[in-house]
Write a protein that binds this ligand. Sequence first.
Ligand SMILES: [Zn+2]
Length: 99
Amino acid sequence: MNKYELTIRERIDAVKNLIRHPITYGCYEIMALTADGGWLCHNCCKENYKTILHSTRVIDRRYLDQWAVIVTGCSVEYDNQINCAHCDREIVEGFEDND
Ligand SMILES: [Zn+2]
C-alpha cells in the first residue's frame, strides 16, 4: 500500500470532517476527491453521505467509483476551475486568462 494513501478509516473521517466543517476560517471550501478523479462539493457529500460511506468502504481501484472518496482537500490549494462532479456547482473559480 502506498504510504501516502489514506486508510479507509482516515478517508471516512475526512468525509465526516468535511461535512461538519465544510468552510475554513479563510472562507475556502473543503471538497472531496473521488476514485474517478472528480471532486464533490460539501453539499453533495452531505446529501449522499450513505452512498459515499458504502463506496469508500468497498473501494476497488479497478472500478473508478464516483462516490469512493480518496482524500479531501481545500479549494485554496487549486487555481484551475473545479466544478462539483455531481451538482456541477463551481467550487473553485479558475483564474481568468486576460491575454
Ligand atoms: Zn455538489
